[in-house]
Design a binder for this molecule. Structure first.
Ligand SMILES: Cc1ncc(COP(=O)(O)O)c(C=O)c1O
Length: 359
């Protein structure tokens, strides 16, 4: 049976089909930072590889304490999961929303999880004419009118790159009783302070913020995510729901190291910020492309010629370049594609290939 879950590229499939090795493929589709995991954390892991012989601390006290310092939130408000995927699934299962509101387009996993619980799903349509920005008053009205009990916000949003300010998030929390699930998987690629809702999660008990190590820390293989919430019953229920020793010892060790390595974090942030601005500026000169602003490590583009994104993706594949055709996202036409920021060298190859295809 075909695998229906479609996210970034399946590099293993491309490897088999085209005969490239995974290391040769320039994967512009998965939104993972190009530096790879922090070298110092990997070295630590290698030095302690024999820890496979012990169980991790079931309370994950040290890991939570490191995360608590990283996000300036109390340790007791932190829950850990095998990726944000695990946490958002657990939260949706706990809330069992009757009426949920999603931004459209957004990351597809929320809908998949909500469908498991027969939630009625409403869509707040983001408008390309306003660069997919959020109109907070319209969202509040929608929450009230549709009797929404869970609103999910990806901040910044994947695939549009649009973002909501923290004042607007607080306005939603003050104006409605709906639970608010904020996915901050891409927040570290932004200036953070004007946008992050981590601090609000300790004040408002109808807020749950989830974060990932997959994209910014380039470690999707270790499956480490964390969430922040202050609702005592929910904290208890989530901790009970999530498996005993659910975070393996290697993810635990990597986490204890990488959140403290500020030099790595600065390097990643500065590179993405600089290259994103350069790529957007260069691509804006192409007549057959509309480039949308982005606060993430990815950029959404719309082809304005007859060529659609599926065909463009196919044209780039023999050059070992993989972009994300966005046809599977609702509220986007087949002309939309997304690419993420990789190394300067890879970005230059993408620029050249796009110019060759579209000029
Ligand atoms: C918005 C968003 N949230 C969550 C995930 C998955 O994160 P994790 O690897 O932490 O489960 C992705 C992956 O593409 C994503 O784009």
């Amino acid at each position: 049976m075909p695998n229906k879950i479609q996210h970034g590229a399946n590099l293993f499939e491309i490897q088999d089909k085209y005969g490239f090795s995974i290391d040769e493929i320039m994967d512009f589709s998965s939104n993972v930072n190009p530096f790879g995991p922090d070298k110092k954390s990997l070295d630590y892991l290698v030095q302690h590889i024999d820890r496979a012989k012990v169980y991790p601390d079931p309370a994950y006290k040290d890991l939570k304490s490191v995360i608590s310092q990283y996000i300036h939130c109390p340790s007791e408000n932190i829950v850990l999961g095998a990726g944000t995927t695990n946490l958002l699934s657990a939260y949706i299962s706990l809330i069992q929303p009757k009426n949920a509101l999603l931004n459209s387009p957004c990351y597809s996993e929320y809908e998949r999880e909500l469908k498991k619980h027969q939630s009625t799903i409403h869509h707040y349509l983001l408008d390309k004419e306003t660069d997919f920005t959020f109109d907070v008053d319209a969202i509040i009205e929608e929450i009230q009118e549709k009797d929404i009990d869970l609103y999910v916000l990806t901040n910044p949003n994947n695939p549009t790159g649009s973002i909501m300010q923290v004042e607007d998030i607080e306005k939603i929390l003050l104006s409605t009783k709906a639970y608010l699930l904020i996915d901050e998987t891409y927040i570290e690629f932004t200036d953070q302070t004007p946008y992050t809702a981590c601090q609000l999660a300790s004040q408002y008990d109808h807020l749950f913020v989830v974060r990932s190590t997959s994209k910014f820390f380039a470690s999707p293989g270790i499956r480490l995510g964390y969430g922040i919430l202050s609702h005592q019953d929910h904290l208890l229920a989530l901790n009970q729901h999530l498996n005993l020793w659910g975070i393996n010892i290697y993810a635990e060790m990597m986490g204890r190291q990488m959140f403290g390595h500020k030099d790595y974090q600065d390097r990643v942030y500065q590179h993405i910020k600089r290259e994103r601005a350069r790529m957007i500026a260069e691509l804006k000169s192409l007549d057959s492309l509309k480039v949308y602003p982005s606060q993430g490590n990815f950029v959404l583009c719309e082809l304005t010629t007859d060529l659609d994104a599926k065909r463009l993706r196919e044209k780039l594949l023999p050059e070992k370049i993989v972009i994300r055709d966005c046809a599977s996202f609702p509220n986007l036409s087949p002309q939309f594609f997304r690419f993420c920021i990789l190394s300067t060298e890879a970005n230059n190859l993408l620029l050249k290939a796009l110019k060759d295809c579209l000029s």
